[in-house]
Design a protein around this ligand. Structure first.
Ligand code: GUN
Ligand code: ZN
Length: 464
């Protein structure tokens, strides 16, 4: 346990210093411990790799102290050893680590469910005109507020987020996330070609604006910065080189982009970068495929590309509702497992059709089921409910390299957690009556659940 003094204590007048000193001291002495009682589930390993993947305690207590997890106890231990501790009673409900969305676009919140197009036309027709509005900071702030509220209502406590090309859009999002004390990673889009004039930056402005945003926000409270080239077709080689230069200057900053989502997109990349052997190879050539790089989709990556990602420690975000909505294709989780690439789960709103990670898990199952009838020569492994919930929590935390801080209930990790009502709707209640095992219940939850199943969301031990 440490006492947290304000970092700028030396610059304050004596009286203020004393006041801050005693406030910090009393917070230390009286730090409140709370036990959240309910059915606890969290993951310690990937269920695809070991049977020892999770811990499930029916009627347990999750101890939270000072915004961090401080242990897990049984109901009997609560009675015998914690009589004087504050208990919040969630008996009969399921307590999970907060969901982590590994790929989402906040500016696309207002254009979710836009009809009729596949990726490239969808970008032209709906996305670019919508993103134009984010040059206005006030507008961006309004959307950021709504976006963060939607994340919390859906039990999502961390996310990796696209902004727009405008630095103001990222300021607006980080301001709201900081106030809400969320662990969130985001970045300004880099885009200096093949986009409308009104959404283009330049290699120089992309570098300077991103650098300023990094200085302003990276590692401030729980925030992190991601250099965010939209995708290879909308950046010149010069801009991609500037992006890599920033990553060299700030080695713990992230890289976030799209790869191999759609066949027309892939052909376009081939014509724009004839020297590259493949789509991913473009990012290899410009030094953007590295540890801390997260690529959305990767539907058409071959084994060689996947292996090259595993080798450098980059990761993929699997975004099933988006892939179905845009008709992009079917992501092979089995091949990703075989080639040992880290995979997280993403909603990809607004091509994704829901903020709910439960609905996203439901569609992940269906995307994998569909591959069983397409006659590929790999044996497709059915998505187990345990693997789905792993992907939405610890799996996504690993892809974002934040698993030392969040993702499960390990002692000392930040207390981001959610309370789930398995009987949130009449249909769920009816179905749960015959679901006997944990796996059966989780599966019904992932197929039938949505934001109505999220009873409460806690961020660093604070109820939202
Ligand atoms: N590829 C480039 N930009 C986008 C985007 O905004 N959404 C999706 N799904 N794919 C993209
Ligand atoms: Zn996306």
């Amino acid at each position: 346990m440490v006492i947290h003094f304000p970092s700028n204590l030396n610059s304050k007048p004596l009286l203020v210093k004393l006041f801050l000193f005693f406030t910090a001291l009393s917070n230390f002495v009286y730090a409140e411990t709370t036990i959240y009682q309910g059915d606890l589930l969290h993951f310690i390993n990937d269920p695809a790799e070991t049977d020892n993947s999770h811990q499930y305690i029916k009627d347990g207590g999750l101890i939270v102290k000072d915004g961090k997890f401080a242990g897990i106890v049984s109901a009997e231990e609560i009675l015998s050893n914690h009589r004087n501790t504050k208990i919040i009673d969630y008996r009969g409900k399921l307590i999970l680590p907060g969901f982590i969305d590994s790929h989402i676009h906040y500016p696309q919140t207002g254009m979710i469910a836009s009809h009729g197009e596949q990726l490239l036309d969808w970008l032209k027709e709906y996305t670019f005109p919508t993103e134009r509005k984010f040059s206005e900071k006030d507008y961006a702030k309004e959307v950021a507020e709504f976006f963060i509220e939607q994340l919390q209502k859906n039990g999502t406590t961390s996310a990796l987020v696209f902004g727009t090309v405008h630095p103001e859009s990222v300021d607006a999002l980080f301001e709201v996330a900081q106030r809400e004390n969320m662990r969130l990673i985001a970045g300004k889009v880099l885009m200096d070609r093949n986009a409308p004039e009104y959404l283009r930056d330049t290699p120089e402005s992309a570098y300077t604006d991103s650098k300023n945003l990094i200085e302003r926000w990276h590692n401030k409270d729980r925030l992190g910065y991601a250099i965010t080239p939209r995708f290879a077709p909308t950046s010149t080689p010069k801009q991609l080189m500037q992006a890599a230069k920033l990553l060299d200057e700030y080695p713990d900053v992230y890289m976030h982009t799209h790869v191999s989502e759609n066949k027309d997109e892939i052909n376009w990349v081939k014509s724009l970068f004839p020297q590259a052997q493949s789509y991913l190879d473009v990012y290899n050539l410009y030094g953007l495929n590295r540890d801390h790089s997260i690529f959305a989709h990767g539907i058409y990556l071959d084994d060689r590309e996947m292996k090259s990602m595993a080798m450098v420690g980059s990761a993929l975000a699997f975004c099933p509702t988006s892939n179905l909505f845009l008709g992009s294709g079917l992501f092979s989780l089995t091949r990703a497992e075989e080639t040992k690439v880290d995979v997280g789960l993403g909603t990809d709103v607004g091509a994704g059709t829901s903020f709910s990670m439960l609905e996203t898990m439901g569609d992940a199952y269906k995307v994998i089921q569909l591959q069983k009838s397409t006659g590929t020569n790999i044996k497709v492994k059915t998505l187990s409910p345990l693997k789905a919930f792993y992907l939405a929590t610890l799996g996504s935390a690993k892809t974002l390299d934040i698993d030392d801080k969040v993702g499960n209930f390990e002692i000392g990790k930040e207390a981001d957690f959610i309370v789930i009502d398995l009987e949130a709707t009449d249909l769920m209640k009816f179905r749960m009556e015959s679901a006997k095992s944990l796996e059966e219940k989780l599966f019904a939850l992932q197929v039938l659940g949505d934001d109505r199943a999220i009873h409460s969301t806690y961020i660093m031990g604070e109820k939202k």
